[in-house]
Design a binder for this molecule. Structure first.
Ligand SMILES: *[C@@H]1O[C@H](CO)[C@@H](O)[C@H](O)[C@H]1NC(C)=O
Ligand SMILES: *[C@@H]1O[C@H](CO)[C@@H](O)[C@H](O)[C@H]1NC(C)=O
Ligand SMILES: *[C@@H]1O[C@H](CO)[C@@H](O)[C@H](O)[C@H]1NC(C)=O
Ligand SMILES: *[C@@H]1O[C@H](CO)[C@@H](O)[C@H](O)[C@H]1NC(C)=O
Length: 337
C-alpha cells in the first residue's frame, strides 16, 4: 500500500520534470527558428518562421555540378545526392554514362584522369546550353567534396552574379593570379560561365586543349577571358573553401606539406578554418555521415542563439571596386613555381 503511494508520487514527480523539460526543449526550438532571420535593416525583412537558409535558397540559386564516373554512381555520387547535393537548387552529375535516377549526364568523354579537363569543358558547355539563365552561380565539386550549401549562399549573397568572378581555394601556379582547387570546389558567376563558353571554348589561344590538370586549366581559361579570382577568406584570414579534410587541418596544417608549398594566400595556422566554412575535400563516404550529424542533427543544449545578419548586397560601383581589389592581390608565397 505504502509502496503504491510512493510509486504514484515518484511517477508524478518524474512526469512533471519531463513536462518541464519538454517545455524547455520546445521553447528553445521556437526561439531558434524565429530569430534566425535577417536583422540588417538594409536587407529585406523576412517573414517570421522563415529561416535565413530557406530564404537564401530562393534568393541565391546555385546549380551544382559534381564530377563522377559510372563506377561511383551507386556509392560516392549517391552519397552526395543523399546529403549536401540535395540542398543545391539543381544537381547534375558529370559522367560518361546517363543515369536518370541519379541525375547523371553522359558527356561522351572517355574516363581517364588525363581527360578530366576535357570532361569539365564539356560539362560547362552542357550547363551553359541548358541552364545559364536559370541559376545565379555554378558550383563545380568532386564526388569526395563535402559542401555546406547554406554557408556557400551566405558567402555569395552580397555579390552580383553578373560580375565576371569565381571563388574557391586558391593555389599558385606558373601563371599569375593562380587558380581554384578543383577538389575544394569552385563556383562561377553566371557571367563567368557565359564568358567561358563564348570566348574561351572557341579559342585555342585563351583556352588550349591538353591533358593537364582540370582545375589549373579551367583557371587559365577563366583568367584569359577576364574572370577575376575572388578572395574567400574571412576577416581573420581563415579559409572557407578547404582543399583538405578537417583531419588534415586540425589541430593544424603541418608545415612542409604540399599545401604549404602551393597556397596562394597563407593559411591562418593558429585557426585554419572559418566559422562559416563552405567545403572540405578528401571526404570519405563515412565522413559525409559524420558531417551531417554534427552540422544538421546534433543540438548543444543551452548554447546562446546565433543570429547572423544578412550581409548587404554590393551595388555596381562597390562590386567593381571589389573586382579591382581582388585582381590586384598578390600571393603571400613569394616562391616561384
Ligand atoms: C553524347 O552522345 C549522344 C549520342 O551521340 C548524344 O545523344 C548526347 O546528346 C551526347 N551528350 C552530350 C552531353 O552532348
Ligand atoms: C589515359 O590517358 C593516358 C595518357 O593520355 C594514356 O596513356 C592511357 O592509356 C589512358 N588510359 C585509358 C584507360 O584509356
Ligand atoms: C569566339 O566567339 C566569340 C563570340 O561569338 C567571338 O567574338 C570570337 O571572335 C570567337 N573567337 C575565335 C577565336 O573564334
Ligand atoms: C587567425 O585567427 C585568429 C582567430 O582565431 C585571429 O585572432 C588571428 O588574428 C588570425 N591570424 C591572422 C594572421 O589573421
Amino acid at each position: 500500500m505504502y509502496r503504491n503511494v510512493l510509486c504514484l508520487v515518484l511517477g508524478l514527480i518524474v512526469g512533471i520534470q519531463l513536462t518541464e523539460f519538454w517545455g524547455y526543449l520546445t521553447f528553445t526550438t521556437d526561439e531558434y527558428e524565429s530569430t534566425a532571420i535577417a536583422v540588417d535593416t538594409a536587407a529585406p525583412t523576412l517573414p517570421l518562421k522563415v529561416s535565413l537558409a530557406d530564404w537564401l535558397h530562393h534568393e541565391t540559386r546555385v546549380l551544382c555540378l559534381v564530377l563522377t564516373m559510372p563506377k561511383d554512381h551507386a556509392t560516392k555520387a549517391a552519397k552526395v545526392k543523399a546529403t549536401w547535393g540535395s540542398r543545391c537548387n539543381k544537381l547534375i552529375f558529370l559522367s560518361s554514362q546517363d543515369d536518370a535516377e541519379l541525375g547523371a549526364v553522359n558527356l561522351n568523354v572517355t574516363e581517364n584522369r588525363s581527360n578530366l579537363y576535357t570532361k569539365m569543358r564539356a560539362g560547362l558547355a552542357y550547363v551553359y546550353k541548358h541552364y545559364v539563365e536559370d541559376y545565379d552561380w555554378f558550383l563545380k565539386a568532386d564526388d569526395d567534396t563535402y559542401v555546406i550549401m547554406e554557408n556557400l549562399r551566405y558567402f555569395l549573397y552580397p555579390y552580383d552574379p553578373e560580375a565576371p568572378v569565381y571563388f574557391g581555394y586558391r593555389f599558385r601556379t606558373s601563371y599569375p593570379h593562380g587558380y581554384m582547387s578543383g577538389g575544394a570546389g569552385y563556383v562561377l558567376s553566371r557571367d563567368a560561365l557565359r564568358r567561358f563558353n563564348l570566348f574561351a571554348l572557341n579559342s585555342t589561344k585563351f583556352c588550349p586543349l591538353n591533358s593537364r590538370p582540370e582545375d589549373r586549366q579551367i583557371g587559365y581559361c577563366l583568367l584569359n577571358v577576364g574572370v577575376v579570382a575572388g578572395d574567400t577568406r574571412d576577416d581573420m584570414g581563415r579559409d572557407r573553401f578547404l582543399p583538405l579534410n578537417p583531419r588534415h587541418l586540425m589541430p593544424q596544417l603541418q608545415p612542409g606539406t604540399w599545401l604549404d608549398k602551393t597556397f596562394y594566400f597563407k593559411m591562418n595556422y593558429s585557426d585554419c578554418c572559418s566559422d562559416t566554412s563552405i567545403s572540405f575535400h578528401y571526404s570519405k563516404t563515412h565522413d559525409f555521415d559524420l558531417y551531417e550529424y554534427f552540422l544538421y542533427k546534433i543540438r548543444v543544449l543551452g548554447q546562446p542563439e546565433i543570429t547572423y545578419a544578412l550581409p548587404k548586397r554590393l551595388d555596381g560601383k562597390q562590386m567593381d571596386q571589389k573586382l579591382e581589389y581582388w585582381s590586384a592581390q598578390n600571393s603571400d608565397n613569394p616562391e616561384k613555381l
